[in-house]
Design a protein around this ligand. Structure first.
Ligand SMILES: [Zn+2]
Ligand SMILES: [Zn+2]
Length: 137
């Protein structure tokens, strides 16, 4: 039996557990992921749908399927947090890594759609690192 990881949204309405048996872990720099995440990239784990168990709040989730191309976002209708969703074209379950409460065993394996990556991502990861909002120095 694999380890189980709990997850959910920021407001606490939606909760799930997922098996820590992910096949892939990618940072995606495509423009769609940038827009829906509001950040430089999405951090997505991939598994299959039988590995998730929803504990609460499934009725609070909203699914957006982009009208062209394969792009989906599922989020909490109360707080907007990104949540796991089933791919339209397969049995894949895509899990936004930030929705997990604990670290997955798998580390990121690749960054994809780097042709669409913003320069401020590269600048940001090499910027000074403060432990809180501002440096206390
Ligand atoms: Zn929520
Ligand atoms: Zn993407």
């Amino acid at each position: 039996m694999s380890r189980k990881i709990s997850g959910g949204c920021l407001c606490g309405a939606v909760k799930f557990v997922v098996n820590d048996s992910f096949d892939k872990f990618y940072f995606c720099h495509c423009i769609q992921c940038r827009k829906v995440s509001g950040s430089s990239h999405a951090s997505n784990l991939f598994t299959t749908t039988e590995h998730i168990k929803w504990l609460s709040g499934l009725d609070k989730t909203v699914r957006f399927d982009h009208k062209e191309g394969e792009f989906t976002k599922v989020f909490c209708s109360q707080c907007g947090s990104g949540l796991p969703y089933k791919s339209l074209s397969s049995e894949s379950l895509i899990v936004p890594a930030g929705s997990l409460d604990e670290e997955p065993s798998l580390a990121p394996q690749a960054q994809i759609f780097c042709s669409e990556k913003v320069d401020w991502f590269t600048a940001g990861i090499s910027a000074p690192k403060n432990s809180r909002y501002e440096s206390s120095d």
